[in-house]
Write a protein of this length. Structure first.
Length: 277
């Protein structure tokens, strides 16, 4: 039997509609980890927003964060690897956002610290995103007069949440910038709310998954997901499984479609394929 690592997305996949890992899923996954299963997650979330959610799991592997920008030890919060955006490229991204009269959140990393800088919050979706993360995850936000890449540290990520109609033309324009990847996908929890995320083209859930394979010496990777930002990981994996609520584009390329994320589908499938292999 080839050594296999199992990697799951969080929101809309491993998490319930309440953005939590159910007690049943935690029990199953922890039992399988104790029996030797190699398991971790790949998510668009940051260290701060993932740490509390994952505290119920006995993870002993690094996690893939912010769509592959970071690989980190979730227990300590230590960043193991990061993929920054080049300064000149970051300046181009900022100018494009300004040309569309849209103000993003810019994520800046210095060591293990992650600061979020912004000029203004100009949509109800972005305001909800900001308030939820500032209070719940104690992330460091700083409002500035003018958005510029940091002199100390690195620019690693841009993010904004707004309506599809406002962000789609912007997403198309940003895709023309050399050296970056653009993730544009619907919010799992809020109606008419879309995430637009910009990061280095060297980072992706696929690249993160491949690094986890290298770190663990695994020969195979089996992945789980639900949304458009999981496509790269599905394309690179040996096997891929979409939850029943997944977008059609992901179901189309998946090895198979499993049950609902609200019914412990990932944990139950892991139990089935790991214990009865």
């Amino acid at each position: 039997m080839k050594k296999t690592v199992y990697i799951s997305d969080l929101d809309g996949t491993l998490l319930t509609s309440d953005a939590e890992i159910s007690a049943k899923s935690a029990e199953i996954i922890n039992r399988l980890i104790s029996k030797g299963m190699l398991f971790t997650v790949a998510t668009a979330r940051s260290v701060s927003s993932s740490k509390r959610i994952l505290s119920c799991l006995d993870l002993n592997l690094p996690v893939v964060l912010m769509n592959g920008v970071f690989i980190a030890d979730i227990k300590s919060g230590r960043v193991i690897e990061s993929v920054p955006i080049e300064k000149n490229t970051a300046l181009k991204i900022i100018e494009i956002f300004k040309s569309f009269n849209v103000s993003p959140f810019m994520y800046c990393a210095e060591g293990d610290m992650l600061d979020v800088v912004f000029e203004k919050i100009d949509s109800k979706q972005n305001e909800m995103f900001y308030k939820r993360r500032e209070k719940q995850y104690y992330r460091r936000f700083e409002q500035v007069e003018k958005l510029t890449p940091p002199d100390n540290g690195e620019c690693v990520y841009f993010n904004i949440v707004d309506s599809y109609s406002r962000l789609k033309p912007l997403a198309d324009k940003l895709r023309s910038v050399k050296g970056v990847s653009v993730a544009f996908y619907e919010d799992t929890y809020l109606e008419d709310s879309w995430f637009l995320e910009v990061f280095s083209s060297k980072a992706s859930k696929c690249s993160g998954m491949l690094r986890i394979k290298e770190m663990t010496g695994a020969e195979r990777a089996v992945v789980f997901g639900d949304n458009l930002n999981d496509i790269s990981m599905f394309e690179c994996a040996d096997e891929s499984f979409a939850v029943s609520e997944a977008v059609p584009q992901l179901k189309k390329i998946a090895t198979g479609v499993i049950g609902s994320h609200d019914e412990d589908a990932v944990a139950k499938h892991l139990e089935k394929i790991f214990e009865y292999r």
